[in-house]
Ligand binder design. Sequence first.
Ligand SMILES: [Zn+2]
Length: 375
Amino acid sequence: RMSSSAPAAFQAPSANQVRQNRQILEELQEQKKRLGSAGPKAGRESGGESSASGKQSQQQQQQQFKCALQMQQPAEQLHLIDCHAHLADACFLEDIDTVVQKAIKNGVQQAIVVSESIENFDRIFELQSRHPSFIQPCLGVHPVQQAGGPGLLVGGESRNRCVQLDDLEKAMPAIEAAADRLIGVGEVGLDFTPRWCPDEAARETQKAVLRRQAEFALRHDLTLNVHSRSAGHHCIELLHSLGVRRAHLHAFNGRPHYAVTGAQLGYYFSIPPEVVRDSGKQRLVAALPLDRLLLETDSPVLGPTVDQRNEPSNARLVLEFIAKDKAISTEAAAAALLDNTMKAYPRLARAQGVPNPQLLSSTPMMQNPQPLSPN
Ligand SMILES: [Zn+2]
């Protein structure tokens, strides 16, 4: 059933959260005064060296903001975010409420929901008005379109075709009109699978479609939620050449070496539940530092088993895999991944009362990314 009221731009933080965060900010300002330092400069534009006391104060701030996030949920409950899910897919039409409840029960409190084409846009906002805190919307045009219109992704690949400029022209006005309601632009990207991208012309079309959406994201300071099948390094190279700084590459299947380059450029990589059965994804987790990783499900595909519908609740499996790989506790991994998500999606962070997500990281962002290696 469609809700008649228009969904709000963002889920506003509760009065309680606002109060807590204001309190924290006041305490921080007092600490800063006591330490007599100028305090850390936020963001990666800050060029200055921080003093010893500045560093200390920055660490305290990081702790405080972490606490701020933890206070928003009941104790011992995890706050995991599925950073890439297709919940507008027809296979979730019947039981989306149950799917959301099950996710929350498993500690998956939110899902970044992406589109493939204009056909998904209305459904995404309908879902958001149904579950305003859970559903975090991205709109975008996928490099691969379904020839017969939207439907089940599972097993439907034979109906796929390469994106055309016309798909973008149709969708772009709606994406632009929704700019203030989005936390990112996606699913966008490149897919050089020969079956639907047979020649140079098709590649160039995909690049043009990605370029236009990347420019839109840059204009609105939105994060790109990126698909890069059989085009991992092409994708990273193009994003880098366009000056994109906020990008999240999902289900990356390029060589880990390229992912490491992307990580050095400041991009994030999300890991789907198929990591439990896919050695390529396992190598990716091993190759990347914890501070570049995010959780995703890519629901309804890329689940822990091949033939079952994937759901956001399965992001929990990814958390456990990452914790084990990095030899840390589940709780520590969850906290780190939440910080990463806030940094990767500043709009989501701001909506949740984290005004400066960059302070959440103990690892500074790279100031001057290295040029990409030629191959
Ligand atoms: Zn996807």
